[in-house]
Write a protein that binds this ligand. Structure first.
Ligand SMILES: CC(C)(COP(=O)(O)OP(=O)(O)OC[C@H]1O[C@@H](n2cnc3c(N)ncnc32)[C@H](O)[C@@H]1OP(=O)(O)O)[C@@H](O)C(=O)NCCC(=O)NCCS
Length: 145
């Protein structure tokens, strides 16, 4: 993902999330050097993902597929880009937070072996103002040798 992709990435983000990231959030992630990927069909961006790689750990910051292009395996493509990058960076662990109600994303993560290690109460913004819980999931990455 590069800066010139941001207007389309923002459109995908807004179509997918009731509480979307702002353009500034996305721009800050790129400026911080976090790796990002876009899926492009013709000239149109139909999905994106952003990963934060810190010392030994890779945190999935976001993964989104356009609503009309779901269940085609595109989420898997993005997951595999991130897992590969985390392994290349010799991370021992991947982690992420996901809304408790987000069954599709939880199913995707579980398919890759992510398991729940924690719960953050009222972590996400929600329409009722109370805040929705986040599950914290991790995936240990095997290191060669
Ligand atoms: C989560 C998301 C990225 C999945 O993208 P996708 O392209 O539809 O996923 P895939 O087609 O690659 O699905 C891979 C696997 O994930 C699981 N899965 C995906 N969507 C699912 C759903 N709605 N219900 C149940 N399982 C689902 C299945 O195991 C699926 O494999 P299968 O199709 O062979 O059964 C997509 O639903 C999305 O963009 N959601 C909104 C944004 C979001 O919530 N992101 C997560 C932030 S933490």
């Amino acid at each position: 993902m590069q800066a010139h992709h941001l207007p389309q990435v923002l459109a995908v983000e807004r179509a997918a999330n009731a509480h979307p990231w702002s353009e500034a959030n996305l721009r800050d992630s790129l400026q911080a050097g976090y790796p990002g990927w876009v899926l492009i069909d013709g000239e149109r961006i139909i999905g994106y993902a952003i990963l934060m790689i810190a010392v030994g750990e890779a945190q999935v910051l976001n993964i989104v597929v356009s609503p009309e292009r779901r269940r085609e395996g595109l989420g898997r493509v993005l997951m595999e880009c991130m897992i590969e990058a985390a392994k290349t960076a010799q991370c021992e662990l991947m982690l992420l937070e996901v809304r408790r109600s987000n069954a599709a994303a939880i199913a995707l993560y579980r398919a890759y072996g992510f398991a729940q290690i924690g719960l953050r109460r009222h972590y996400y913004r929600s329409d009722d103002g109370v805040g929705e819980d986040a599950f914290v999931l991790t995936l240990p990455l095997a290191q060669p040798g």
